[in-house]
Design a protein around this ligand. Sequence first.
Ligand code: GLU
Length: 603
Amino acid sequence: MKKLVASLSAGALVLSALTASGAVASTPEPPVKNPTSIGFGGAVSSVDPEATNIGLGVLRLGGNAVDAAVATAAALGVTEPYSAGIGGGGYFVYYNAKQRKVFTIDGRETAPASMSDTAFINPATGTAYPFAQLVTSGKSIGVPGTLATWDSALRQWGSLSLGKALKPAADLADRGFVVDQTFRGQTLDNKTRFAQIPPTAKLFLPNGDAPLVGSVFKNPELADTYKLIGKQGPSAFYGGPLAAEMAATAQNPPKTADAVLPVFPGYLTTGDLASYKVIDRAPTKVRYDGLDVYGMAPSSSGGTTVGEALNILTPQHLSQLTTPQALHTYLEASALAFADRAKYVGDPAYVNVPTQELLSPGFGAERSCLIDPDHAATKPTAAGSPDGSYSPCTAGTTTVERPDTEGLSTTHLVAADQWGNVVSYTLTIEQTGGSGITVPGRGFLLNNELTDFSAVPVAGDPNRIEAGKRPRSSMSPTIVLRGGKPFIALGSPGGSTIITTVLQTLTNRLDRGMTLPQAIAAPRASQRNTAAVTAEPPFIDAYGPDLTALGHTLVPSGDAFTSAAEIGAVAALEFLPGGAILAAAEPTRRGGGDAGTVWPIAK
Ligand code: GLU
């Protein structure tokens, strides 16, 4: 799709007038959130109303889904700075209506060229440094890919320039947004470590405290960074003074004199930044229930693991099972797919990932008949053999269990336009608050994505650290086509629970008779091939007795880093008969998301 419609300059003027409105600045009211909207002309759903509104504004001015997705993502960098931003990476999945084809961009962070496979090992002890020390450190900072993703998406399919796409977010950063409990809570969860990093404390702990609910949080430094990049292009980020500052910050992270955390120096150099490239990849694809489910290929494990699990579920006919049986089967299928994920999936530039076989229906069927309808298998369950030769019920032989060190941060957005193009985009800085290290004077946090690698080098581990490699992700931006046309687009944050959240939401919608909003709101459980199933407390209340009777052990979700016991935060679209779009976001998780359509007919 080529450069913008004739009204570009007029549109941009209107856009800046709208977003620079003094009325907004003088009466700081949090925007109203709608978890669902049905309408025409395009749609956006995200976890944040400011971001969704910015995306819808772009669509209303004639921008396409890619323009809207980039503008929304840039806005999330302002309002969700602990989950996403230009200091991180992500995966962009795009359905092009004209070509009737799905494309993807791998914008994952990469390990710097000088990083060794023992980078996370303490030479004094021979064991891995404590995880919390790796998180808040230069060592975990990978070369960021988000800005290159935005640039590539806009160049290939957008109609706006990078500068125009970033402008609404720059204006938002300048005028500020009203702090809600989620933002304050996330800041408080990070307060102890943020306080040890002076530029982070200065930005996110003004007066030594997390910004109060109802106050206006501005980030003029991020606004200036966006404006600089908007003017000079991505080279202002991957080169020049900003790149030098990022590298210096990662190599010599700022910390207070009395910092308790070691805040280790890292490896990122200006050379790493200059040579960063996004990768255009073929999407993963499986057929489920007559639908084509497209996802993100490795370096993310999202597409292969969601896809394999769906193949495992195909012979099980979930829609014909009782609720406890369907949930039991979903949990068992997920465990089997996670066993294969652990053994086979890593960055395909470094590892021979059997993507095609992992996604073959024959392999799925072989794995599927290992599911005992009467009893949960002992976990961890063994990986199978995706070798092209399949017979029913071949048990796996190799059990791979490694600690899951993925954070529970990240953000997902979906956008669609009047021409039928659709974007499903997940982006992250890994942990909530990333590395905790802000680039001084630039208004954004650097990622800690490299903690997604296995910390301890083990021969044969596809996710061991290697220089230049992309750590295995779980991000699962997904687009489902029916008869070659978009039907559902969805994704979620949540570390490795992203995979189970996308899978559970899809099966809720496709097999368990739920509407999309019901499928999103339903309580979640996640089985990632571990002894216990993590589950939201309402899930345990509702299904605990039945699933326990089938041999599952359910433990409440939540981790040491966050106060919330939620799994995921879905943003999704469903394309309804007659051309309407149902946009859906979380009703309550993460404080509730916001879904909007360009011409709404119902909320
Ligand atoms: N780093 C994780 C991944 O790539 C995402 C982080 C999260 O969702 O918390 O899968």
